[in-house]
Ligand binder design. Structure first.
Ligand code: ADP
Ligand code: MG
Length: 697
């Protein structure tokens, strides 16, 4: 890494600890930050001054040339220094958006500047006010993208932050500027010798450059400096984790007759990628060292088939298997799949979720304790104390990033009642892949497998983005699919208020659709508030083809598997996160027919940049790795990787794909250092949670 222009990386400022007390102050301690702003910031993951200082711009807007009004060219990005003549707000006729129009002028002429959906700004555009605006001339008007009051020109390079509807990137810029007043409290965790050797700038300089770069390269160097630090801290922390007590798992030698019958039952050939993973799993099971394998594979790549293989390997050796999923819907869906196969194979199988009636749950537990049931499918209910397996041999955790560390460990540490003191082999699955090197680092003790190809014959899903003015076309399209015998999903808009209001909104929407776009069709409605039994019946009748359309909330995000469903309409798709959209889309494209995903958004003018980029990314690619990276960039933080995954959620600056070199460098440094010095240890403790980390010292 190179030094910053003008900053001497080896200047003799020593490493010094961060001023935690001052940095931990809530954002509301900043002038002008009230409850509303604070809670909008909290939703973006920003709670303290530190969070603001380390809030990473998702990209930078390049400088726009300064122009006089008289010399503007159509379409060209430009910045203007103008005075307001007058301003007014009106509704556009075609799209019914609020349009703020201000007549502005400089010495060379006047022009109408426009803002969409910012009516509140009108009051501030008082005649005579000086204004800096950046944007472009479109159809005779100057469409404003960035503006500042006053006479200071807009910074050449403008950072764009992950923003929300409640909090514009411009406001975040102002808040960050205030937070920069605390820059000296950040401290310098990296020893001077290390900074000198690697020519790393001071942390404070890097943070300033992150928010106010003088050139794009400076911003990137700043990011790398901060990424290096966090990767180093992560490595030091991982190295310091207490080693686990050595435990043994049952030895499962060669695949037997049961899995052979299972393979014959499958109506398809396994893909080479699936076979490769199965071979890796077989290798793991052969020894008494418990398997700890992370299976990464995009939505629909066929992980469940592989998981069931592993479970059956245990079962044929007289052991039991458990498959744990993060939601009831997913657990039920897995159960539906697995139940049929188990019946064919003559294996007892139970479903265990917390919504099961007490008597049924008791019965399921009894079957597991006696060993009559060889396989348990369920949610967190599986790791409750009352659940005792006779001999749990293989445990699979699906969508593992949605579980907390403790929950995963609980299943892994399970001791069975057969008194042999063995723990199960463990397979963790995720459809939110991260690059292998990073995965290996972050889950230090897991081996990593990947299914990197979709089953043969799958046609890539065609994704279209349309605005709601054309929604009726989407429904016409949907109908034509149904006429060909296919089925469809309609995903309801997100209503964030509560599960109950989300459920109500879904019911209302289903009813509205039955009267309108979907008249004459068999429409079911599924959401998280339905009793389990009803939800199951709905899923079953949709799978059996007794329903044409399933109107759903995001409960169908994971696991639902109906190959005949080939079209999905996502309403108000701009409200969904990228990972969520990708998961939702994975519900179609599971069979032989061409599938479609139609993303319906509000008018483009109403969308945040962020929403626009999400939808564009969805249209452009269906590669989970790629979308994961875009998502990470857009969110600016490692939230995607699972907030409850220790360490990972603290990776704010790392780009999983492009920073592999940085990751290796940090690892080498961590190995050379051995353990964190006092100052770095403060950072380690913060990343890994105080209690358990400090406890070891
Ligand atoms: P994932 O859990 O990775 O999202 P699933 O295991 O649910 O994917 O598989 C998605 C669908 O593909 C299921 O309907 C499954 O039966 C089917 N499938 C799995 N493997 C194959 C294969 N090798 N060939 C054809 N279809 C497959
Ligand atoms: Mg799955």
């Amino acid at each position: 890494m190179q030094a910053f222009g003008g900053i001497d990386p080896a200047s003799d400022l020593r490493a010094r600890p961060v001023d935690d007390a001052r940095l931990d102050q809530p954002v509301s301690s900043l002038k002008g930050v009230g409850d509303k702003t604070a809670s909008a910031l909290a939703r973006l993951g920003v709670v303290s001054i530190r969070d603001l200082l380390l809030y990473r711009p998702r990209r930078y807007e390049p400088p726009a040339p300064r122009r006089d009004v008289g010399e503007l060219l159509a379409g060209e990005e430009a910045s203007l220094d103008v005075v307001v003549v007058n301003a007014s707000v009106r509704r556009t006729r075609r799209r019914n958006l609020t349009l703020l129009e201000a007549l502005v002028r400089d010495e060379t002429g006047s022009i109408v500047a426009t803002w969409f959906n910012q009516a509140w700004l009108a009051d501030k555009l008082i005649p005579g006010v000086r204004l800096q605006i950046r944007g472009a001339l479109e159809r005779g008007d100057f469409v404003v993208r960035t503006y500042e009051f006053g006479s200071d020109p807009i910074a050449d390079i403008t950072p764009l932050y992950p923003a929300s509807e409640a909090l514009a990137t411009k406001r975040i810029r102002e808040l960050v500027r205030m937070a920069l007043g605390h820059i000296d409290d950040l401290g310098e965790p990296l020893p001077a010798s290390l900074r000198a050797a690697r020519r790393l700038p001071h942390k404070a300089d890097a943070v300033v450059a992150l928010h106010r770069p003088r050139a794009a390269t400076e911003a990137e160097l700043a990011r790398q400096r901060l990424a290096f630090e966090e990767l180093l801290v992560m490595q030091l922390g991982l190295a310091a984790q207490p080693g686990e007590e050595k435990r043994c798992a049952p030895v499962l030698r060669d695949p037997g007759e049961l899995v052979t019958r299972y393979r014959h039952l499958l109506p398809f050939e396994l893909t080479p990628a699936q076979e490769a993973v199965i071979a890796e799993i077989d290798g793991d099971l052969r020894t008494d060292d418990p398997m700890k394998r992370l299976l990464q594979g995009d939505v629909g790549s066929g992980k469940t088939v592989v998981a069931l293989y592993a479970l059956l390997r245990g079962i044929e050796a007289g052991q039991q298997g458990a498959l744990m999923a993060p939601t009831e819907t997913l657990a039920e869906q897995h159960f539906l799949t697995v139940e049929g196969i188990c019946a064919e194979l003559g294996i007892g199988c139970v479903l265990l979720t917390s919504s099961l009636p007490a008597a049924a749950a008791r019965e399921a537990r009894a079957l597991l304790e006696t060993g009559e049931a060889a396989l348990a499918v369920g949610t967190h209910a599986l790791i409750q104390d009352q659940v005792v397996f006779r001999a749990l041999g293989v445990a699979v955790v699906d969508e593992q990033h949605r579980f907390g560390v403790e929950q995963r460990h609980a299943l892994a540490a399970h001791r069975s009642s057969d008194a042999r003191d063995l723990v199960p082999h463990q397979l963790y699955m995720t459809a939110t892949p991260i690059p292998r090197t990073l995965a290996l680092t972050v889950w230090g003790d897991l081996a990593v497998s990947e299914i990197n190809q979709l089953p043969a014959g799958r046609k890539p899903i065609v994704t279209r983005w349309i605005t709601h003015g054309r929604a009726s076309e989407a429904y016409r399209r949907l109908r034509s699919h149904l006429e060909e015998g296919r089925q469809a999903y309609v995903v309801c808009p997100l209503v964030s208020a509560s599960d109950a209001s989300e459920a109500r909104a879904a019911e209302d929407e289903a009813e509205r659709l039955r009267q309108a776009e979907l008249t004459g069709l068999r429409v079911g409605c599924i959401h998280g508030q339905l009793p389990t039994r009803e939800r199951r019946e709905l899923m079953q009748s949709f799978a059996a083809g007794d329903l044409d359309v399933l109107v759903a909330t995001t409960v169908i995000e994971v696991g639902v598997d109906v190959p005949n469903a080939t079209i999905m309409i996502v309403q108000e798709a701009d409200r969904f996160g990228l990972a969520q959209l990708h998961q939702l889309r994975g519900r179609v494209g599971r069979g032989e027919h061409q599938s479609y995903c139609l993303l319906v958004s509000r008018w483009k003018e109403e969308l945040t940049d962020n929403a626009t980029e999400r939808l564009e990314a969805m249209v452009e690619t269906s590669d989970g790795f790629e979308l994961a990276e875009v998502d990470l960039e857009l969110r600016g933080q490692g939230q995607l990787l699972g907030t409850r995954q220790k360490g990972l959620s603290d990776l704010r600056f790392t780009r999983p794909r492009s920073d592999q070199g940085l990751l290796r460098a940090a690892r080498d440094v961590a190995i050379a250092m051995g353990e964190a010095d006092e100052i770095l240890d403060v950072e380690v403790s913060r990343m890994f949670g105080d209690a358990d980390h400090r406890g070891r010292a």
